[in-house]
Every structure is written in C-alpha cells, then in structure tokens.
Design a protein around this ligand. Structure first.
Ligand code: SF4
Length: 517
C-alpha cells in the first residue's frame, strides 16, 4: 500500500511505524535480496510508513542507502535515507544531497554517525567536516534553493536523539543539541535504543517544557542475546541494555523459538508503552531476515494497546545512579524538571583555567570592548607582513597548544564549548553539542577521556550558564582559515563570527528552545 511518510507523521491522528533496514557489503546477492524482500513485504502489508536505510553503520562500509533506497522507492515504499557526517566533507555532502533531491528521495535522517570503522585496507579517515546541526541547516537551506529552481518539494529532514544517558551533563548536552537541531529545521526525531521507560518519559517531558512539538518516534528492537550483549557492553554508541535485561534475554533464548517469541512480545509491549507515553510512532529495528516478526509485533500491539500501563514495570531499567530530570515516574505526568546546575563545584585548577580564559576572552576578543579598535589596527599592521604573521603565530600557538591542544585551525570556537577546543577535544569536531556516543560521560572514541561537552556542561553549570549550550548555533569551521592565526582572523573579521554566509546568518537568527529549570 502506498504511504507517504511525511503525510503520515505530520498527521497527529496517526501512529506511525517505520522500519530500519541495514544493507550488507554486497551490491547483489543474498543481502540485497533480503533487504528488498523485507521492503516488498512491508509495502504489501501497508502498515509501515517508510523504511529507513542505514549509512555505513558502525562506520563500516555497506551498500549505499541511496542506491538500495532508490530501488525500494521504485516499488512504491517510502524511504528515509540515513545521512551521516563521517565519510564526506561538505562538498561531497551537498553533492549527495542534490543527487538525492534529483531522484526524489527527500526523507533524510541527518546524524553525526558512528566513528570511522574498517574499510578497504584499514580504518577509514574520519571526516566530520559538518556536525549534525550544520547538516540540518544544509538541508533547510538546500530546500530553499531547490524550491527556487522549480522543485515544489524540499527535503523532509529529521534528527536522532539519545535520551538514555546516565550523567546529567550528557543529558543536558543531548537536550540542548536537540533544541538546536529543531531550530535548524528538524521535522521529526527518532530516539536511540533503550528499555528505560523513565528516560522515554523524560524526553517527552523535556520536549513539552521546551515547547518542542516535533513528532518523535521511539526505537523498538528485536533483541537477540548477541546484540543485547554488545549493547550491554556499550559497543553500540548510545544504545543501552541493562545487566538484568541482558540476563533475561539470555535465559529466554535458551530455547530459540521461545527467545524469538519473547523478543516479539517485548517489542510489542515497548511499542504500546511508547504510544501511551506520547510518542508519535515506533521505529522498529533488528529485523534481518523477513517481515514476519514485524507483522507479529504490529498485530500484538493492536491487541494490547489499551493495556500499556500494565507493561510499564517491565521497562523499569534505570542505570545505577542515573540522572532523571523529573521526579515523576511514568505514567504520572511530569511537573518541573530539575537540572541541578552547579551542584558539584569545579576542581580548583579547572575553575582557575576557565575563569582566566573567560577573562582573557572578554578583554581581547570582544568586538564591543573599548580596546577593540586598537587591537584591530595592530592586527592590520601585523597581517601585512610575513614577519608580523609569524610573530602572531608565536604569540598564539604555543600557549593555546599547551592549554587546549590547539591544532591551529584558524577559526577558533572555544568560546562556544566552555573554553575547550572542539578540534582537539572532540574526535567528531562537534561545534554545536555532543554526539550520541558518550558513555557515562566518557568519549565514544577516546574512551579514557571525558566527553568535551560533558566538561563544557560542568564549566557552564558552575556559573549557571547552561543556556549558552542552546542559544543560537555555531556555523561550520572555515577551512579556508586553516593554519592561520585565529586571533588575527577574529580582529580582522574573517572568522565564523563575522562571516556573512547564509549559514552564519541562519545561525545568528536561530532562536533555540531553552532548557527549563
Ligand atoms: S578551535 Fe581551532 S584555533 Fe581554537 S583552540 Fe581549537 S584548534 Fe585552536
């Protein structure tokens, strides 16, 4: 049955079902036949609004979602293309987006993406030229351009959100970035995978308090013991399976048939719980063979949809000592969120460094400061000669290298990240908030280091300034300034803060939804 994802999800009366499919590492053969078979059956079944196709999941190469997605699209099934920031720079991304627009594939899930995995001859180079907020803006602005060129339909781009974070700083980083994504034009959201009804409840509550009305799909997964173990070990960034749930799943699968039955039942029960909590649909994953289990999940959901409250205790899987913004547990409606800013003071050295940096920034890098015209004149003079630029490099780089691990990018963004460097501090170079991959406050890639956004939250919260994480947005790094002095670039109005591109203007005008509490 022909369904249009955009129409379905924008209709508040509809409970939407989408299905995530993962292409294999072949261009033809069994993995392609399987994906196509599931998509064909989903189309005949008529209850699935769209299939979403992953983009090199885990950072490892697989058949392009654009290619297999187009084939699925051609049989009448609507498709959501996952579009990550990992494998292409902004030129490649824009070109890919235009190609998708030309072939009519305009439902996009714009995401940062997992870090680079293993491809031909070894690990792939991580690109992350844009972050997921800037990727949303790319689709928003490209939509205007393709409209102007005569195409009546723009992109319908959505984003991911990961509510299953344990630490307060990670939760704040997720929710503030969600606000920026919405301000940048996200039209729908899909959650990461988890089984904690308290966190699902928290996300809907935070959205309501922030005034965000973007339809959100909750992820539901056919959990096998192998995948449950991988998720339990934190090896799927953002996905959480608790120890007790892992044990239950392992027991259930001692008999394979019983295991499958339990996985279907759990998926159906979580589906109706999500519906009861206010989610606008479910995003079903973990389907690798055929459509049969999806049909069974949906049949069962129909049977039990009115009993959702009775299943809530089965999804009581809080992370030990995990942060929750609300005291009310589901199904009780949430009242006031508590984001306990600044309860834990910063270590002395961290506090000192933060205050010194803030002070230096206010004195030397504030365009409205009294001395700013003098700095500008001095910078103009220094910029005229090679010696002047060398002097500036010697003044700037060693100290920033020592304090921030500066990589001399020339377009400094530390003021947007609590005076931490998004280039050296974040392997995905995020300038607008955390990716979904942190685990207990640690970086997804450098697992022995704190996530730079977790640290930024601590610094900002210590001064009750977390609204800085969700006001405006930060344009992409200007690569044309690489290996030049960011100090000169700021004073000579060449960096992102003075940039007059459409994207910078869009960021300046962006009004975000502030985190409540
Ligand atoms: S943002 Fe760029 S200029 Fe600023 S500290 Fe990091 S690498 Fe250096």
């Amino acid at each position: 049955m022909l369904r249009i994802f955009q129409t379905d999800i924008l209709d508040p009366e509809q409970f939407v079902v989408t299905l995530e499919l993962v292409p294999g590492r072949e261009s033809t053969g069994r993995s392609v036949d399987t994906v196509m078979g599931i998509a064909r059956e989903a189309f005949s079944d008529g209850r699935v609004s769209a299939v979403s196709i992953t983009d090199n999941p885990g950072g490892n190469p697989s058949l392009s979602p654009d290619a297999i997605g187009y084939r699925i699209f051609s049989i009448g099934m609507d498709v959501i293309v996952h579009f990550t920031c990992r494998d292409m720079n902004r030129v490649g991304m824009e070109s890919r987006a235009l190609q998708l627009a030309m072939i009519g594939m305009k439902n996009i899930l714009a995401i940062t993406g997992d870090y680079s995995g293993m491809g031909f001859g070894g690990q792939g180079a991580p690109v992350f030229d844009l972050d997921s907020v800037n990727l949303q803006i790319l689709f928003t602005l490209l939509s205007k351009r393709i409209h102007a060129a005569g195409d009546p339909d723009g992109f319908f781009a959505g984003c991911a959100i990961s509510p299953f974070k344990k630490m307060e700083g990670e939760c704040v980083a997720q929710y503030t970035k969600m606000s920026r994504k919405v301000a940048a034009g996200a039209r729908f959201m899909i959650t990461q995978l988890g089984y904690d009804a308290g966190k699902f409840h928290e996300l809907i509550g935070v959205q309501r308090h922030m005034g965000i009305e973007v339809p959100t799909l909750g992820s539901v997964y056919m959990l096998s013991p192998r995948v449950a173990a991988i998720m339990n070990q934190g090896r799927v960034p953002g996905a959480v399976v608790s120890d007790p749930l892992l044990l239950t799943v392992q027991k259930e699968w001692q008999n394979k048939q019983a295991g499958q039955k339990s996985a279907i039942e759990r998926a159906a029960r979580l589906g109706v719980v999500l519906r009861g909590l206010g989610y606008r649909g479910v995003h079903i994953g973990g389907i690798h063979r055929d459509f049969e289990s999806v049909g069974l999940i949906l049949d069962r959901m129909e049977e039990i949809k009115d009993d959702w409250k009775t299943f809530l205790p089965e999804f009581n899987h809080p992370q030990p000592k995990g942060f929750y913004a609300f005291q009310e547990t589901p199904p009780h409606p949430v009242k006031t969120p508590v984001f306990d800013q600044g309860s834990k003071p910063l270590a002395f050295s961290e506090k000192l460094l933060y205050i010194v940096m803030q002070h230096a920034h206010n004195v030397f890098f504030n365009a409205d400061a009294r001395l700013a015209p003098i700095y500008r004149t001095a910078c103009k003079t220094l910029d005229r000669s090679k010696t002047g630029r060398l002097l500036m490099y010697l003044a700037e780089h060693p100290i920033k290298r020592m304090l921030l691990g500066c990589q001399h990018c020339g377009d400094c963004a530390i003021q947007h990240v609590g005076f931490l460097c998004p280039e050296s501090g974040c392997p995905k170079h995020t300038r607008n908030g955390a990716c979904g991959g942190s685990l207990h406050g640690m970086c997804e890639v450098n697992t022995d280091k704190r996530c730079v956004w977790f640290r930024a939250h601590k610094r900002l919260a210590s001064q009750k300034k977390i609204e800085e994480m969700c006001t405006g947005c930060v344009p992409p790094r200007m690569w044309e300034l690489n290996h030049t002095s960011s100090w000169l670039n700021f004073h000579l109005e060449r960096d992102h803060q003075n940039n007059d591109t459409e994207i910078a203007e869009c960021c300046r005008q962006t009004t975000c939804h502030l985190l409540p509490g």
